[in-house]
Design a protein around this ligand. Structure first.
Ligand SMILES: [Zn+2]
Length: 260
């Protein structure tokens, strides 16, 4: 059996028997993995705290025969993100990131870009507008999975999107002329389209430089959440928690998906 070494972020943890944990990790080199860490819940081990949610670790593990659950042999903490843990709103956002990554990623499908986006977002959470940073995270995650529509060209005629309309059943964007042809499509503001283009072409933490943050945030939020829910066929339970602790700004434009 080969021992593997990689970096990982803890996205789920549950107790297993008396002294072990079953953890779900998003790793830099192996994608999402499940692993057992034996004997670390004892007071003597000193490693129990390593597997707190959203800790960034360096791990050694080996694969078990005829099992997709690996065995962790060593771990060390790269970053435990104390800034996030001090702020309940940041904890809520971080939990939502983990839930989204868990839903988006299949086991054992490496995506180093996704690991980097998650690590970057956790590293910047709490430094400035957390909601804006999370919108940038959602945009980049959906893009890295190939789930975002083209924000430059109409999906039907390939013409430029001077005015963009969102088609709910397939998550694409069409121009005004094609929208008349298909008889459906909800308008999206140019501000929201520009914001999403800006996020895709800049490093994640540059999102705070966006102009008109307030007016586009709610619209892009609803659009991205709709796309994420559509692609992953689930609602995200952390969003209900966040809805209770984050007060929306007054006057934000909302983008409501139809009931279908
Ligand atoms: Zn068109």
């Amino acid at each position: 059996m080969t021992i593997q070494k990689t970096q990982a972020i803890v996205i789920k943890r549950s107790p297993l028997r008396e002294s072990s944990y079953l953890v779900t990790l998003y790793t830099k080199d192996f994608g999402k993995i499940r692993a057992v860490s034996k004997g670390i819940r004892s007071a003597q081990s000193g490693r129990s705290s390593h597997f707190e949610l959203f800790n960034w670790l360096e791990i050694l593990f080996y694969e078990k025969k005829r099992s997709d659950t690996f065995l962790l042999t060593e771990s060390s903490v790269v970053d435990s993100f104390p800034r996030i843990r001090k702020d309940i709103e940041c904890v809520g956002w971080a939990s939502y990131l983990l839930e989204l990554v868990d839903a988006a990623a299949e086991l054992h499908e490496p995506n180093e870009e996704l690991f980097q986006i998650l690590a970057d977002t956790l590293s910047h959470l709490g430094l400035y507008d957390s909601e804006l940073l999370v919108r940038a995270f959602e945009t980049k995650l959906l893009h890295s999975m190939g789930y975002l529509p083209d924000f430059e060209r109409c999906s039907a005629c390939n013409g430029s999107l001077t005015k963009a309309f969102f088609v709910f059943h397939d998550g694409s964007l069409v121009c005004e002329r094609c929208r008349k042809g298909i008889g459906r499509g909800r308008p999206i503001s140019q501000g929201a389209v520009k914001a999403l283009r800006f996020i895709l072409s800049h490093p994640l933490h540059k999102a705070w430089q966006l102009k008109d943050k307030g007016s586009v945030l709610s619209e892009t939020s609803s659009l991205l959440r709709y796309l994420a829910s559509m692609k992953y066929e689930r609602r995200f339970k952390t969003l209900h928690f966040l809805g209770e602790i984050v007060t929306p700004e007054k006057g934000k434009k909302s983008f409501k998906a139809p009931n279908q």
